[in-house]
Design a protein around this ligand. Structure first.
Ligand SMILES: [Zn+2]
Length: 204
């Protein structure tokens, strides 16, 4: 895989990722999930420990996907979110991995659920740590980004979670219009990568 990401941006994202681990996810878990004791205390930045039974609970991110899908003209498919969080802002098709599926299966399933078509040549490109507000709980996530192609664009049928979806030229993308933090960061990275690809094509 070709890495074309600004090193300063990577440094910033790592810092942000560590910060997420300290957020309210820790505080919401008051009782030991193994024995139910309330003597469930902070062990370190990554875990809580039960003083009653000794169980240590490590907080790991939930796996999620989002996909950059382009049509034959190289335009990017973007969706408008119909629901909170970030209702009304732009987004990429994606969602959380189900138990027992691979992350590739998750990416394809979420695309089919949200826009009603199956992507071609879908491949993993990079990942970003994030947080997602779900029913009042801020959960840490590991968002995995894919890119692929949509051939039968006429068959696109947005799901209830999607207010509308449309294709936009990459050079007209505005990351600020994307409501979820990691998606916004990912769109910036995708634009950087696309510009580098364009330059390479031009100078080849
Ligand atoms: Zn316990």
């Amino acid at each position: 895989m070709q890495i074309l990401i600004n090193p300063l941006r990577i440094y910033f994202l790592k810092k942000v990722g560590k910060y997420f681990l300290h957020m309210n996810f820790f505080d919401k878990f008051k009782f030991c999930p193994s024995c139910g004791s309330s003597k469930f205390v902070k062990n370190n930045d990554k875990s809580k420990r039960c003083e009653n039974c000794g169980f240590i609970y490590y907080i790991n991110p939930f796996a999620a996907t989002a996909s950059f899908l382009q049509n034959s003209d190289g335009e990017l498919l973007v969706c408008r979110r119909a629901n909170e969080p970030a209702k009304g802002t732009l987004d990429l098709p994606g969602g959380f991995a189900d138990l027992g599926e691979t992350i590739e299966e998750c990416a394809i399933r979420e695309i089919e659920e949200e826009i009603g078509v199956r992507p071609k040549n879908l491949r993993f490109i990079f990942s970003l740590p994030n947080e997602y507000l779900y029913s009042g709980l801020t959960v840490p996530t590991m968002d995995m980004f894919f890119e692929g192609i949509i051939e039968n664009t006429n068959a696109i049928k947005p799901d209830d979670d999607v207010e509308e979806c449309f294709f936009i030229p990459v050079r007209e993308l505005n990351p600020k219009l994307f409501g979820l933090k990691s998606v916004r960061q990912a769109v910036r990275i995708f634009i950087d990568k696309s510009e580098i690809k364009e330059k390479k094509k031009y100078f080849a």
